[in-house]
Ligand binder design. Sequence first.
Ligand SMILES: *Cc1c(COP(=O)(O)O)cnc(C)c1O
Length: 359
Amino acid sequence: MSRPTQAVISRSALRHNAAIARQLAPHSQLMAVIKANAYGHGATAVAHALADHVDALAVACLEEALELRSAGTTLPILLLEGIFEPQELAVAAKAQLWITIENEEQLAWLERAKMPTPVQCWIKVDTGMHRLGFAPDAAGAALARLANSRNAAQAPVLFTHFADAETIGSEATATALAQFNAISTDAPRSACNSAALLTLPQAHFDWVRPGYLLYGNSPLDDPQENTRNLQPVMTLRSAISALRTIEAGQAVGYGCTWRADRRSIIATVPIGYGDGYPRSAPAGTPVLVGGKRVPLAGRVSMDMLTLDVTDLETVSLGDAVILWGAELPLREIASHAGTNGYELTTRMPQRTPRIIIDE
Ligand SMILES: *Cc1c(COP(=O)(O)O)cnc(C)c1O
């Protein structure tokens, strides 16, 4: 038998969540953000599953986009950070990618480039993240320069990215939206990530750009009406590979940090931080065995973790284990591990096989 550790990826859940995104913003075009290997889910598989369900894709960089093109993806693909050196421009144009222009230098590179064809540009505006983008009062001039450049395709998009969309009623978001609205142009616009798609219908504009939500997770602390129907796309699963009984006082795992306070049954599962399960998850973090919650016991190792299964009525070698998925929310594990669900799936390493299923 081969190692049972797998990340199961549901195509139907992806499509279901894309349909929810469409319902939330029925008058906007839908761009699926699949950067960082589709938040760890597998970019090629996700792009293929969503091909007929979204209007465009977005990734962080040229390498990610070219991988999708090699795999046959024909949808438009936006490079969210644009290009990092001018040589990338001709490659991007040839691959029919869309590029972000977020600073003066990128704009000048475009104006000076010798391009095979004009490229579709998205002008990014900094409305408070202070990470990328033109100041709001410089956006109009940037758009005017694109209009005069034969390297820029017609009708560039104006976009921004909120710093605090996950906080409902955030003042920073209200200010950001007001700044964005105050830019006078009839260019198409885009502002919403998942959190804003869920909470800010007045910011849906021409394009919405969800990532996290498409994978079946809500970035909001308070699940809302419209997030209850999301279906988690990834189920991280394994199976019990060893069982032993230890006496009260005996320890489990590296550092002997966990000690049994009674005669205990310890189950070993062949999944560890080398497979994307967070090492920071402490003893007590829930794991499902045969559909029942049991606590982690001892530290997570690179290739294994250990569970206290003493309270299960029956337990056997080979019993199915779920680390997160529909019955055990990613957000709950993330909160035990001191991080968010974005990081957990995005850090899923290559060693963990992605099993794509239709249901
Ligand atoms: C990552 C990203 C998104 C998607 O954010 P989610 O919170 O995953 O929906 C949207 N826009 C930009 C510019 C991004 O970098």
